[in-house]
Ligand binder design. Structure first.
Ligand SMILES: Cc1cc2nc3c(=O)[nH]c(=O)nc-3n(C[C@H](O)[C@H](O)[C@H](O)COP(=O)(O)O)c2cc1C
Length: 245
């Protein structure tokens, strides 16, 4: 009897340790990294290859932090494809073979989607494009200059209409809430902040000016982008060459 009780409690402890070990293993990044690649749907249109991002720029992070200021007035000069590729990479570019990205992500679930609203950009026709991190490519979502419509959704803020390009960050909340429940909503908002700050600092180091825009109507902006209902617009980042003032 004594031996039976002893062996039963030993077995229970063994099972418990097993559960803890398996739980720890499953929470390790190598088991949760799939989101980075797996979320991308097959393209419906030809993709635009972006120039490989620079990862060895000469400008110091401290300099970019010190110089970052919200810039709301821009010249008409278009952004180059290299600018656009670099800015999108800063937002969500993939930086290792396991699919991890420039911005951190809770559980490596990558709930953010990145859109480019192109008005004046070299080698890119005006339109709305979706960034595909896996291939560092753009897929057109809509043709035409949609800056006025985005400006209207952003309470008519002129920076949105005048910036040669804007980057819009959306979030698919379910990607993160599926694992973290309600708290996942907070995580997605936090991640939008990480990605946005990356873009703002990258803009400074490219001698560009940028402003983050949080004042916009979610539904109106969602209709312009046309993503699925589960995708929520989180941030607009207007970017251009700063106008002398
Ligand atoms: C969450 C958030 C939302 C913002 N929304 C707007 C906006 O809708 N329009 C705008 O012109 N600036 C917006 N800004 C920029 C702030 O006005 C700006 O950061 C602030 O005035 C400080 O100036 P600085 O960015 O030059 O340091 C926003 C900033 C944050 C962090």
């Amino acid at each position: 009897m004594y031996w039976n009780v002893f062996s039963l409690s030993f077995l229970c402890r063994l099972i418990l340790i097993g559960i803890v070990v398996v739980g720890l293993l499953l929470s390790m990044p190598m088991f949760v990294e799939k989101g980075g690649y797996a979320m991308e749907k097959p393209p419906e249109k030809p993709l635009i290859d972006l120039p490989a991002p620079r990862t060895d720029g000469a400008s110091a992070l401290e300099k970019a932090l010190n110089e970052r200021r919200s810039v709301r007035h821009y010249t008409d000069r278009p952004l180059t494809l290299a600018h656009i590729g670099q800015l999108l990479w800063a937002a969500q570019g993939i930086t290792n073979s396991r699919g991890f990205r420039t911005a951190p992500s809770a559980g490596a679930l990558y709930p953010l989607e990145i859109y480019l609203v192109a008005g004046k950009a070299e080698k890119i026709n005006p339109g709305i494009y979706h960034y595909r991190p896996a291939g560092h490519q753009l897929e057109q979502v809509k043709a035409g200059d949609h800056r006025k419509a985005v400006c209207d959704a952003a309470l008519s803020q002129s920076a949105v209409r005048n910036a040669p390009v804007s980057i819009i960050i959306t979030g698919v909340l379910e990607r993160t809430t599926a694992k973290y429940g309600k708290r996942g909503i907070q995580y997605v908002f936090m991640e939008a902040g990480h990605a946005a700050q990356n873009v703002l600092l990258q803009a400074v180091s490219l001698n560009l000016g940028a402003v983050p825009i949080g004042a916009f109507q979610n539904e109106a902006l969602g209709r312009i982008l046309g993503p699925s209902e589960s995708e929520r617009p989180l941030y607009i980042l207007c970017i251009g060459h700063p106008a002398a003032r």
